[in-house]
Structure formats: structure tokens, C-alpha cells
Design a protein around this ligand. Structure first.
Ligand code: GSH
Length: 203
């Protein structure tokens, strides 16, 4: 399988972490998203949305949207990261959908604007509201992690694989201080201690 990716991307890192957990070997093909490299005709043929990550399967089929790719990998390789119990599975889905609406736009986007010189006047105006909502998202995670080892109970699931990447680098860019969220810090340390863990800089 080929992962079309950009190493600093948390969305790409979700897939890299999942493959590390499953022990799957992937070939990484990197794109510089700051130079529009995901908007070429050949890239758009794989993902008309012009965004990494894209997982290209061995038969040439291409999957995009990081959380859809996580679900594909979990189902394809029958991973315990996606519980079979319908209630637990719905709780995992909840965090995956929540991540895209309440976490990623408020934590990942400001990190990218601030660390990749991508700030515009419009984004400058949006920033305070995004940061306020980002704190609300981190608070929700911290509250959950105060009483549970992981986001869905006491075992790691796809919800943690999905939320770890942008949460653990939330401080990059200076918008957030994770010391305000001690339960998140404990959870980050626990995930980093797993024997299959790889850092964001690694494929
Ligand atoms: N919802 C998508 C978001 C993907 C996304 O935002 N990718 C960014 C990098 S993290 C990208 O490729 N941006 C390049 C562009 O929009 O031109 C997912 O979860 O995969």
C-alpha cells in the first residue's frame, strides 16, 4: 500500500499510527502541501478534494478522508481497535465524527496557520473563536480522560488513534498549553509508551 502524505500532517499520522499498530508495511509518498502539490491532475485523480492523506491499495483503488481510512483498515484487518459491541462502536464513531467538526478545525487548522506562515487577515479574525472552541474540545477530552484510561473505556480504540495526532502537537504555534489538561498529558504519555508507537516524523 502507498500512503500519499505530508509528514507534519496529523491526518496522515493517524494512518501511519494505525499501520504501525497493525504491523502493516506502507510505502510513503510525500507531497509539499504548501506548494500546491496535491492539486495536480494526477493527485486529483486519486482524491478530487486535493488533500492528503490518500491510501492507495495494492489494486490501485484510492481511499481518502483520514477517519474513513482508519475505519477501512480496522475492518479489513479485523482490529480490536474497532469494538464489535454496537454501543462501544457507536462511541468510537462519535469521537471520529466529533474530531472532524469540533477538534480538527479548532486545533489542527490554527496550528497549520501559525506554523506554516499561512495566516491571512480573515484567518486572523477567525482565530480567537477557533481557539475558544479548541479549548472547549480539549476540556471535553480531559474530562473524559479523568475517569477513563482511553476515550472509550479502558482499552485503546480507533477514537484514540484519531484524536492523538493533533492533540499531542496542539501546543505547536502557541495557541494552546497542554499543561492546562493534565489528563490529556497522562493519556499522551500512555500512548507514547505503547510498544508499536511511532512519532509523527516517522512512517
Ligand atoms: N478531512 C480530511 C482533511 C484532510 C486535510 O485537511 N488535509 C490537508 C493536510 S492535513 C491537506 O492536504 N491540505 C492541502 C490542501 O488543502 O491544499 C481528512 O481527515 O483526511
Amino acid at each position: 500500500m502507498i500512503l500519499h502524505d505530508f509528514l507534519p500532517s496529523g491526518n496522515g499520522y493517524k494512518i501511519r499510527l494505525m499501520c504501525a499498530c497493525l504491523g502493516l508495511k506502507i510505502t510513503l509518498k510525500e507531497y509539499d502541501i504548501t506548494q500546491g502539490e496535491t492539486h495536480t491532475p494526477s493527485f486529483l485523480a486519486m482524491n478530487p478534494n486535493g488533500k492528503i492523506p490518500v491510501l492507495e491499495l495494492d489494486d490501485g483503488q484510492c481511499l481518502s478522508e483520514s477517519n474513513a481510512v482508519l475505519l477501512y483498515l480496522a475492518e479489513q484487518y479485523k482490529s480490536a481497535l474497532l469494538p464489535t459491541d454496537p454501543i462501544l462502536r457507536a462511541k468510537v464513531y462519535k469521537w471520529l465524527f466529533w474530531e472532524q467538526y469540533s477538534h480538527e478545525p479548532n486545533i489542527a487548522s490554527p496550528r497549520f496557520w501559525l506554523t506554516h506562515n499561512a495566516m491571512t487577515e480573515l484567518k486572523e479574525r477567525m482565530l480567537p473563536d477557533r481557539i475558544q472552541q479548541g479549548h472547549a474540545a480539549l476540556k471535553q477530552m480531559d474530562t473524559t480522560l479523568a475517569t477513563h484510561a482511553f476515550l472509550v473505556g479502558d482499552s485503546i480504540t480507533l477514537a484514540d488513534i484519531c484524536l492523538f495526532p493533533y492533540t499531542h502537537v496542539a501546543e505547536e504555534g502557541g495557541a494552546y498549553q497542554l499543561s492546562e489538561y493534565p489528563n490529556i498529558l497522562r493519556w499522551i504519555r500512555d500512548i507514547e509508551a505503547l510498544d508499536w508507537f511511532i512519532p509523527i516524523t516517522q512512517a
